[in-house]
Design a protein around this ligand. Structure first.
Ligand SMILES: [Zn+2]
Length: 300
C-alpha cells in the first residue's frame, strides 16, 4: 500500500450506522482533505430493529435478512462521506451481532461477543499492518453505552493495536499506531442541545431521549480533541439517513428505533488515550493528527 496518503485514520465500529452517528463529520473532513480513511465494522448489525414498516420483515425473527441490507446501507453512507476503504472484520458476516446485553444471542456460536478477543484482533492486525494508520478511533471500555458488540469492538481494537506493534507477532512488518482516541460527547454540549430540542422541536419525535442515553457522554475535562465538522453537517446527516432501517433524521435531530429524539452533533469529541497530545492541555486539539511528524496539518 505504498501509494497511500501521508495521513491515515482507522476507525473501528461495532455495527453499520455507529460510524456515521459518532464520527461522520470527522470521516468526511479527513476524506475531503485527502487523508486515507479506513472503516472496519465488526458485525452486520443483524439483530437490529427496523424503523420503516415496509422493511419490517428483514428482522432476525422474521426473514433474518437485515445484515445484507445493512451492508448496502453502509456502502451508501460511505459514498456520502467520501470514504472508499470500508471493510468488515474478517469479511462480511464473519462475526454476528450479539444483540443487547443479556440476550440469548450473546452466547450464540459465531456471535462477536462470544469470540475470543485475540481471534478477532488477528483480523484487525492485518488491516493495521496493511494500512499503517497513525490514528485509531474506537469506543471507551464500556463501548460508550454497554452494548456487548461495542465493548468487544473496544477490546479488539485496543488488543489489535498492541499486537500490530509487536515484532514477535505474526510475520508482517509491525506497525505502532501513534495515537488512539476514544469517542466522547461533551455533557455540557449535549445538555444544551437537548434543551434546544425540547424548546424548538418538542414534537419532532414521539419522545425525547435522556442525556445519558447518548454513548460516550463525559465531562469536558476528559475531552482532548474537538473536531469542528460544521462544514460537513449536511454530509453527516445524509450518511445517517442512508442507514434508513436504523435512523430517522430530522436535522438537526435524529431518532433510533426507540423513537426518542436526540441531537445530531456535528462537532465530534475525542479522548486521547495513547500517544502524545499535539497541543498542551487544557487546549483541545482540532486535528487528530496534530503533533505527528510528517502527518500533521503542515504535511497535508
Ligand atoms: Zn452499534
Amino acid at each position: 500500500m505504498k501509494d497511500l496518503p501521508d495521513r491515515r485514520l482507522l476507525l473501528v465500529h461495532a455495527h453499520p450506522d455507529d460510524e456515521s452517528i459518532n464520527n461522520g463529520a470527522t470521516m468526511a473532513r479527513y476524506a475531503a482533505e485527502g487523508a486515507h480513511v479506513t472503516l472496519v465494522t465488526c458485525t452486520l448489525g443483524e439483530e437490529g430493529e427496523v424503523i420503516p414498516p415496509a422493511l419490517a420483515r428483514l428482522t432476525a425473527d422474521r426473514d433474518d435478512a437485515l445484515g445484507p441490507h445493512r451492508v448496502g446501507e453502509l456502502a451508501a453512507a460511505m459514498r456520502e462521506l467520501g470514504v472508499s476503504d470500508h471493510r468488515f472484520l474478517g469479511g462480511a458476516g464473519r462475526y454476528r451481532d450479539s444483540g443487547m446485553m443479556g440476550a440469548e444471542q450473546n452466547g450464540r456460536p459465531g456471535s462477536f461477543w462470544s469470540t475470543p478477543v485475540d481471534d478477532a484482533a488477528a483480523h484487525l492486525v492485518e488491516v493495521i499492518r496493511e494500512v499503517r494508520p497513525q490514528v485509531l478511533v474506537t469506543y471507551d471500555p464500556d463501548g460508550g453505552y454497554g452494548h456487548p458488540d461495542h465493548i468487544q469492538a473496544h477490546r479488539v481494537a485496543m488488543r489489535a493495536a498492541e499486537l500490530a506493534a509487536d515484532p514477535a507477532y505474526g510475520s508482517d512488518a509491525p506497525h505502532a499506531v501513534a495515537k488512539i482516541y476514544w469517542n466522547r460527547v461533551e455533557r455540557r454540549v449535549v445538555e444544551a442541545a437537548f434543551d434546544r430540542l425540547r424548546t424548538t422541536a418538542p414534537d419532532a419525535f414521539p419522545g425525547i431521549a435522556a442525556v445519558d442515553d447518548v454513548p460516550g457522554v463525559t465531562d469536558g475535562e476528559r475531552i482532548t480533541a474537538e473536531i469542528d465538522g460544521s462544514a460537513y453537517a449536511g454530509v453527516k446527516a445524509a450518511a445517517m439517513r442512508a442507514h434508513a432501517t436504523q435512523i430517522a433524521v430530522e436535522e438537526p435531530y435524529f431518532a433510533l428505533s426507540n423513537d426518542l429524539g436526540q441531537p445530531l452533533l456535528t462537532t465530534e469529541y475525542y479522548e486521547l488515550v495513547r500517544g502524545e497530545r499535539g497541543v498542551a492541555a487544557p487546549v483541545r486539539e482540532s486535528d487528530l493528527f496534530a503533533g505527528l511528524t510528517g502527518a500533521g496539518e503542515d504535511a497535508a
